[in-house]
Design a protein around this ligand. Sequence first.
Ligand code: HPA
Length: 266
Amino acid sequence: MSASFCDSLPAAFTEHPIDCALILGSGWGDALAPEAVHAVVPYDQLPGFGAASVVGHKGELILMTLAGRRVVVFSGRRHYYEGCTMEQVVYPVRLLKALGVKCLLITNAAGGINASFRAGDLMVLTDHLNFTGVNPLRGPHDATWSTRFPDMTRVYDPELSQILLDQGGETMHQGVYVFSPGPSYETPAEIRAYRTLGADAVGMSTVPEAVMAHAGGIRVAALSCITNMAAGLHVAPLVHEEVLAESESAKPRMAALLKAFVAHCP
Ligand code: HPA
């Protein structure tokens, strides 16, 4: 498995050890200002992955130096709601494992469910709810990746999460993210139910990658940008343009926080 993954990459990826990795939603990859870019691979050149299809998700794998560290960045992601298989959704995590990556930060755009949240706030994930009924580890057991029934008591690594909390400045929340299947936004009744069940924010990504990484021994932290209040807590109908606009305004803060995370990553 690892051989075929690394075969499709420029040699730069395997020449030196990688310090950490980022899987970035919503155009945040564009906001990074790396000291150097060593290689860029469009997703459609990664066999088994496929081009990103959602507006705002560029679809490039980038090897860069950021904050003096060697970092692999997935700029844009594949989502389950696009009709991708779970294998495609978690392809980045398999590739990162093949590269020997030990620490991963995943970002997403999310709707705020906790009434104290506001658009533009950031939330560090403490845990998640998976309401899609899908699990990336379903299927024949791959004993080289994980045990058959991996523990999920602490998916989100406390030390990595603390870096985000320490470096994030004001309005950094912590909370539970619920993975909603999409692509339609949720109904107000669904949001009330999610809130009753303990969710603070809702989105359509991140959980498959986090489960896969944690099971496979990669330390993971995840960060939501609250781009809107969720259905029923939001006066107007939800539109993707609003999510994109809020993601755009969050870019400078996101870029600074991602860089600080990379700089402090163990
Ligand atoms: N729901 C689901 N996914 C999202 C939302 C939302 O309100 N906002 C951004 N991604």
